[in-house]
Design a protein around this ligand. Structure first.
Ligand SMILES: Cc1cc2nc3c(=O)[nH]c(=O)nc-3n(C[C@H](O)[C@H](O)[C@H](O)COP(=O)(O)OP(=O)(O)OC[C@H]3O[C@@H](n4cnc5c(N)ncnc54)[C@H](O)[C@@H]3O)c2cc1C
Length: 289
């Protein structure tokens, strides 16, 4: 079967894109390993329409159910490559084989590379965070660290400097790092582990020294969507995000992108909005084809 559109990712961007494309009359498949940022979000209290806190897990489950109710085909797999074929369609290779579609929406989210430092997983949601915009508010007036050495770490540090009393960027042994915002301290020492009781309270370094802290914001990694972008020849920015226009079009016809894999604010409302635009653009593209 040749689908009208194959959507990579089942986060808010992918599901929203699928809903708009399907309701516009397209045959849609979602290829996803059903992980991503949304599932790792413990509490959401800034998304429209939920008077009580909802978990990312629950919101994700609701999205899948909504998509399936509309007849959208969802496939649990890991996509390994996307190629444009000479027949003007796209071949999506994954752990379940090959899927062919006339258009593709990349909604893979930001990379979720976890640093291999002892204590990261243990203190997730108890001092370890992956998102300054989401969780920085909970650390206002406190002392925090940012783990990373690139542009992303610098941006997170910049955001946190407005809320917290002290920000230390931990490069974990990386001596070459992006310029950090004024006011942020930088430590290039190798990290031994993150330590705490109920919640994280200090960073231990390999040289025996330590730094008391209330939280660590992980800001490492690059978008896995970049691999697809490279393969398809899509334009990306300096951070590896896929560049789109206001309608979700990438630099290659028939390929759209939405959510955390594009530049912009990494929040659910943005991902949902961009997903809707990408879904609508896929409809327009196929009508013109
Ligand atoms: C800890 C944390 C807390 C957060 N808190 C909030 C909050 O309170 N409010 C808020 O608005 N936002 C919050 N966010 C941000 C929000 O979760 C994201 O902005 C949003 O989920 C982005 O949606 P997305 O669809 O672009 O990506 P994701 O939700 O990351 O979904 C990406 C999808 O792509 C799939 N995928 C990726 N690669 C592949 C592949 N190769 N093959 C198959 N499938 C693949 C994943 O499994 C997943 O289904 C938080 C994020 C984190 C990490």
């Amino acid at each position: 079967m040749i689908y009208d559109v194959a959507i990579i990712g089942s986060g808010p961007a992918g599901i929203s894109a699928a809903i708009y494309a399907k309701r516009g009359g397209l045959e849609v498949v979602i290829l996803s390993d059903f992980k991503g940022s949304l599932k790792r979000t413990e509490k959401i209290e800034n998304y429209y329409g939920f008077p009580s806190i909802i978990s990312g897990e629950e919101l994700h489950k609701n999205g899948i159910l909504q998509a399936e109710r509309l007849g959208i085909h969802t496939v649990n797999c890991q996509v390994t490559s996307i190629e444009q074929t000479f027949a003007n369609s796209f071949s999506v290779k994954s752990t379940i084989g090959e899927t062919t579609a006339k258009s593709v929406i990349i909604a893979c989210g930001a990379p979720s590379v976890k640093p291999k430092v002892e204590g990261v997983e243990a203190f997730e949601g108890r001092g370890i965070s992956y998102c300054a915009v989401c969780d920085g508010f909970f650390f206002r007036g406190k002392s925090v660290c940012v783990l990373g050495s690139g542009e992303y770490a610098a941006k997170e540090a910049e955001y946190l400097l407005n809320l917290t009393t002290r920000v230390t960027v931990l490069t974990n042994g990386e001596k070459k790092y992006s310029p950090m915002p004024q006011g942020a301290a930088v430590s290039t020492l190798n990290i031994y582990n993150f330590e705490g009781n109920k919640s994280l309270n200090r960073v231990n370094f390999e040289d025996g020294s330590f730094l008391p802290t209330d939280g660590v914001f992980v800001a490492e990694g690059v978008a896995n969507a970049l691999d697809f972008a490279r393969r398809l020849g899509l334009s990306t920015d300096e951070k590896g995000s896929i560049i789109i226009d206001k309608d979700g079009n990438t630099s290659v016809k028939g390929v759209f992108a939405a959510g955390d894999c594009t530049p912009g604010i990494n929040q659910i409302c943005y991902a949902v909005s961009e997903g809707a635009s990408a879904g609508m653009s896929a409809i327009k593209f196929l009508k013109q084809a």
